[in-house]
Design a protein around this ligand. Structure first.
Ligand code: DUC
Ligand code: ZN
Ligand code: ZN
Ligand code: ZN
Length: 454
C-alpha cells in the first residue's frame, strides 16, 4: 500500500523543509508540495511533527555470551524496542568466543537473527582470534557484503586480541577496503589494575572505573590510531568516553590518520557516581569503558556538535539485575553493559536538541546519516531522498513522558535511565514502506527485517 505523509518538517543532515512524501513499495517515490495520494494510499498528516530518516544504531549487542552468562535480548525483543524508539537499522557486534572459529560464530549469529528481527540489521565481523581459516573466512564474508570488522583491544583472555592479530586484521581490511571498529582500552593495564585493587580489598562496583581509568582508554586509543596509521587502514573508535581519549583520537586525526569516532548515549548523560551506588544498584551502571567524571560529558557534547565525534550509538547490552548481582564481592565479575537501544534517539533528542546543545542537523547526522555513510548503507539508509528506503520516523516533539523499565520493550528488568524525562518520541515509524510503530506501539511484522549486505 502506498503511503502519503503530508506537511511534515523533513530534517536530513543537510536540509530542513516542509513537504509531502510519497512512499510506494519499499522506497520513497516523490517529495514535494501538494502531492496527491494514489488510490488506496494511506494518508498520514505530519503537521507539527518532524520527519527524520530512520535512525541507525552502529553498535549493539543482542546475542552476547559474556562472563559465563548471556545478554538478555533476542532479535525479536531488541528490534521491536529499537523501532519503538525510532531506530530502524542496527549493527550488531558479532563477537565469537576465542574458542570458536569465525565461521561458527557467523553461523550462530546469523541463525539467531534470521527471520527474527522486525527491522533491518547487519553485523560488524568480530575478529577474536587468528587461525589458519580466519583470513579466508573474512574474505568470503566481506565478499558477501559484511564490510566492517570489530576488534577488542580490551578483555584479555576473552575477546581481546594482541598486536600481531591487530596488525593482520588492519592490513587485510586495508586491502579489502573495509573499516575496522575497535574497543580501545589497554588490556594489560586493565588486568594489572584489577588485580591490584582486588588485592587491596576493593571489590565493589565503584572500583570498576578506577580499574580502567581515562589514561587506559587514552593509551588504547593512541595505540589503535598508531596501528591504523602504519597500516594505512580506516579505523573507527567505538564508545569513546572521555576527554583524554578524545584528545588522543583528535591528535591522530590531525596527523592525517583515517579515524572516526563513536560515543554512546550512556557516556553523554551518566557519570561515575551512578556506579558508586552500593551493591547491585551500582552494578547496573557497570559498562566498559566505564562511566566517567561529569566534566567529560561537556567535552563529548561539544565535540558532537562540532562534528568531531562522528556517530552516537548505544553499546546496548542488556544484563538483568540477577546477572549484575553475579559480581557481588568482585567487580571484575559484573557483566558489562547498559541497555539503551530503545532510548538512544529520545535521549539524544531531549538532552541534545530540545535542551539546546545539539542542532537538528547534527542530531540526524550523528544518529543516522554518518553511520550509513561509514558502513556502506548510504543513500539506501540514513537520508530522505527519492529512491531511498522508506525508513521514516514521524517524530512528535510535543510528547512528554519519562523512561521506565516498567514500560520498556527491551528484555530487561531495570533501566539505567529510570525516571528520566523525554521531550518527544516517534509517533509513526516505517520500515521499507510499512508502518511498524504507531502511537508508541509496535504494529509491524515481527520477522520482516533483512540482513543488509553492504
Ligand atoms: N562493553 C560493554 O559495556 N558491554 C559489552 C562489551 C563492551 O565492550
Ligand atoms: Zn566495547
Ligand atoms: Zn600502546
Ligand atoms: Zn560493545
Amino acid at each position: 500500500m502506498a503511503l502519503l505523509i503530508k506537511n511534515g518538517r523533513i530534517i536530513t543532515a543537510d536540509a530542513d523543509y516542509t513537504a509531502d512524501l510519497l512512499v510506494e513499495g519499499e522506497t520513497i517515490s516523490q517529495i514535494g508540495e501538494g502531492l496527491t495520494a494514489p488510490e488506496g494510499a494511506r494518508v498520514i498528516d505530519a503537521s507539527g511533527k518532524y520527519v527524520f530518516p530512520g535512525f541507525i544504531d552502529p553498535h549493539v549487542h543482542v546475542y552476547l555470551p559474556f562472563m559465563g552468562t548471556f545478554a538478555k535480548d533476542t532479535h525479536t525483543t531488541a528490534s521491536q524496542a529499537a523501532l519503538i524508539g525510532g531506530t530502524t537499522t542496527y549493527i550488531e557486534m558479532l563477537a565469537p568466543a576465542q574458542s570458536e572459529p569465525l565461521r561458527e560464530g557467523w553461523e550462530k549469529w546469523t541463525g539467531l537473527s534470521e527471520g527474527k528481527s522486525a527491522c533491518d540489521y547487519t553485523f560488524h565481523l568480530g575478529v577474536t582470534r587468528w587461525d589458519d581459516k580466519t583470513e579466508t573466512t573474512l574474505r568470503e564474508l566481506v565478499g558477501q557484503g559484511m564490510k566492517s570488522f570489530k576488534v577488542f583491544l580490551a578483555y584479555k583472555g576473552a575477546f581481546g586480541i594482541d598486536d600481531d592479530v591487530l596488525y593482520r586484521v588492519l592490513t587485510l581490511a586495508r586491502e579489502l577496503g573495509v573499516v575496522v571498529t575497535a574497543h580501545c582500552e589497554n588490556a594489560e593495564l586493565v588486568a594489572q589494575l584489577q588485580r591490584k585493587l582486588l588485592a587491596e580489598g576493593k571489590t565493589g562496583p565503584e572500583w570498576h572505573e578506577p580499574s580502567r581509568p581515562e589514561g587506559v582508554e587514552a593509551e588504547g586509543t593512541a595505540h589503535f590510531a598508531a596501528f591504523v596509521e602504519m597500516t594505512g587502514a580506516e579505523g573507527y573508535v567505538v564508545h569513546l568516553s572521555n576527554e583524554r581519549a578524545l584528545e588522543a583520537a583528535l591528535e591522530a586525526k590531525r596527523r592525517g590518520v583515517n579515524l572516526h569516532i563513536e560515543s554512546v548515549i550512556p557516556h553523554f548523560l551518566l557519570d561515575k557516581t551512578y556506579a558508586e551506588r552500593p551493591g547491585v544498584e551500582g552494578a547496573k551502571y557497570v559498562m566498559s569503558p566505564p562511566l566517567r567524571e561529569k566534566h567529560n560529558q561537556h567535552a563529548l557534547w561539544t565535540a558532537l556538535e562540532q562534528g568531531l565525534i562522528d556517530t552516537v550509538g548505544t553499546d546496548h547490552c542488556p544484563f538483568d539485575v540477577s546477572q549484575k548481582a553475579m559480581g557481588e564481592g568482585d567487580f571484575t565479575r559484573i557483566p558489562n553493559g547498559i541497555p539503551a537501544i530503545e532510548d538512544r534517539v529520545n535521549l539524544l533528542y531531549t538532552y541534545g536538541v530540545s535542551r539546546g546543545s545539539l542542532s537538528l542537523s547534527r542530531f540526524v547526522e550523528s544518529a543516522s546519516t554518518k553511520a550509513a555513510k561509514l558502513f556502506g548503507l548510504f543513500p539506501r539508509k540514513g537520508t530522505i531522498s527519492v529512491g531511498s528506503d522508506a525508513d521514516l520516523v514521524i517524530y512528535d516533539p510535543g510528547y512528554r513522558g519519562h523512561i521506565s523499565a516498567a514500560t520498556s520493550h527491551m528484555n530487561n528488568d531495570y533501566s539505567g535511565f529510570e525516571g528520566w524525562e523525554i521531550d518527544g518520541r516517534p509517533d509513526v515509524v516505517t520500515v521499507r514502506g510499512e508502518v511498524a510503530v504507531e502511537g508508541g506501539q509496535f504494529v509491524g511484522d515481527p520477522g520482516r527485517g533483512q540482513l543488509l549486505r553492504r
